[in-house]
Ligand binder design. Structure first.
Ligand SMILES: [Zn+2]
Length: 122
């Protein structure tokens, strides 16, 4: 895995300060003073740059820092999930398979004139 350059560290630190969700899953930060590692979007108080170590994976961060943050739970998947994924997960948990397929088509394919999949299959 490529090492993280000094320029990237500064970019990651800025993303950390901004809780930039675009970087969720791109890097993890270990905090030297607390021994905890976090997602970039963690709401905990931000450490000084000199106290941060950056990692590309939660596994790397976990090897260096034994304590995952209890607030952002960095060993879980990134907590910023797209609306599409959230809708599909909800559908899987609550709907029948047929409705999930219809829901998927409604979300991924623009509606076609004169075609109503929901009415056709219900
Ligand atoms: Zn955290």
């Amino acid at each position: 895995m490529r090492p993280i350059t000094e320029t990237q560290k500064k970019e990651f630190y800025q993303a950390l300060l901004e809780k930039n969700s675009h970087f969720d899953g791109v890097f993890f930060v270990g905090v030297k003073t607390t021994g905890v590692f976090c997602h970039p979007t963690c709401h905990a108080r931000k450490p000084k740059f000199k106290n941060c170590e950056f990692y590309r994976t939660a596994q790397e961060a976990h090897l260096a820092y034994s304590r995952p943050c209890k607030r952002c739970r960095p060993l879980c998947a990134p907590h910023q999930v797209s609306d599409l994924i959230r809708t599909l997960v909800h559908a899987v948990e609550t709907e029948s398979i047929g409705k999930i397929v219809i829901l998927k088509y409604d979300l991924l394919i623009p509606p076609q004139p004169g075609v109503n999949l929901k009415n056709a299959l219900e």
